[in-house]
Write a protein that binds this ligand. Structure first.
Ligand SMILES: Nc1ncnc2c1ncn2[C@@H]1O[C@H](COP(=O)(O)OP(=O)(O)OP(=O)(O)O)[C@@H](O)[C@H]1O
Ligand SMILES: [Mg+2]
Length: 360
């Protein structure tokens, strides 16, 4: 079973409910076969954007193209995108096989062809032996697989998934993530996926689109978004981050530097900041020790608390003027460090910091 994936182009999409703008000027190119994840706080417009893509909601501004064809006004049935909703939305009185057959019956496919396709996809999603069960007789992960099979059985060019794993426990979630990654690889369908789970977004996606208040703030590869966020919101939303306010920002051939509590801290060159800014550093990029750094950045800070996380330890520290810092260290290394203190040097290499505009 192979599917022809399509690319979707959103151009200035807006969606208003009365005076409320749920989507504001969203422009986004979704490449054929890519795995795009929409990530953002509750109410940021993720589901609304999926609904507009599916054709269940009409955009109030902008245009939508599918492989270059304008589909802004086309009906959901004609777009024929697959959709997996939160909470599965399976038919409770139909069996597994009947649930999966439904989209094919609606399309008027011949009985033998339906049986053939349903059998094939049941095998692909690992539900052999469960064909005659009703949804209530299945585990959460099995129900989720029925929903996936039902959405994939008609070989949609695009599959839209709205928080499909939110009801599953951590273990099952991990297994379903692998399953979805595998299905994406095998079918080659364009996936647009909504999640609240950052690690899910980072591990599954070819690209992540960060939404806030109906706006698309940044779109890029997981590494790009995590390591080079363009705004404080994106930096703080995806993972933990330390933000050190700096002023007297200056540029030189070695990079960009700013003054923090009387010390000059350096980062790679960032031409777009000046005056006041924040220096951002991920907790796993910082170290803690008794000595100031021989090379690299360092700030003096006092240990305020520790949290044991199993493989790692999280250290909470405060600088002289009260800037809170979080450092994560492998537990073994943390054990060694914590024999000293409470006053430490928090250090990191120049390359691991980046500057963000103060207000963004
Ligand atoms: N039919 C509607 N009528 C009025 N307002 C709506 C409607 N649908 C959504 N909204 C509003 O649009 C905003 C975006 O909602 P949406 O469901 O897209 O958010 P979301 O990012 O999916 O959030 P969550 O993570 O909680 O699912 C919310 O403020 C919501 O109240
Ligand atoms: Mg939603």
């Amino acid at each position: 079973m192979t599917t022809r994936a399509v690319g979707i182009q959103a151009i200035g999409i807006g969606k208003s409910f009365g005076h409320f703008e749920a989507l504001k000027d969203i422009s986004l190119d979704i490449a054929p076969g890519e795995f795009l994840t929409l990530l953002g706080p509750s109410g940021s417009g993720k589901t609304t954007f999926l609904m507009v893509l599916a054709g269940f909601q009409a955009a109030t501004a902008g245009r939508l193209l599918s492989d270059g064809t304008d589909i802004t006004r086309s009906r959901a049935e004609d777009r024929s995108f697959g959709m997996v909703f939160q909470g599965y939305a399976l038919f409770p009185h139909k069996t597994v096989a009947q649930n999966i057959a439904f989209p094919l019956q609606v399309r008027g496919m011949a009985r033998e062809e339906i049986a053939r396709r349903v059998d094939a996809i049941i095998a692909r999603v690992g539900l052999v032996g469960h064909e005659k069960k009703r949804p209530t007789m299945l585990s959460g992960g099995q129900q989720q697989r029925v929903a996936l099979a039902r959405a994939l059985v008609f070989e949609p060019p695009v599959l839209l998934l709205d928080e499909p794993f939110s009801a599953l426990d951590k273990h099952l979630r991990g297994r379903m993530q692998e399953e979805v990654a595998r299905l994406h690889g095998e079918f080659g369908t364009t996936f647009v996926f909504v999640t609240h789970d950052q690690s899910e977004a980072l591990s599954l996606s070819s690209r992540i689109a960060i939404f806030n208040h109906g706006r698309l703030l940044q779109v890029g590869g997981p590494r790009d978004i995590y390591e080079r966020p363009q705004s404080r919101f994106v930096a703080e939303f995806l993972g933990e981050i330390n933000l050190l306010p700096v002023d007297e920002v200056g540029h030189c051939s070695l990079g960009t530097s700013g003054l923090f509590e009387g010390a000059r801290l350096r980062a790679p060159r960032h031409d777009h900041v000046s005056g006041r800014a924040v220096l951002a550093v991920r907790p796993e990029h910082m170290s803690v020790g008794a000595e100031p750094p021989a090379n690299g950045n360092g700030v003096a800070a006092r240990l305020a608390g520790t949290t044991y996380l199993g493989a790692a330890m999280r250290l909470a520290l405060a600088t002289r003027n009260g800037t809170q810092l979080t450092v994560t260290l492998p537990s073994e290394a943390a054990g060694r460090v914590l024999t000293g203190g409470p006053d430490f040097w928090v250090t990191w290499s120049f390359d691991n910091g980046f500057l963000l505009p103060e207000q963004s």
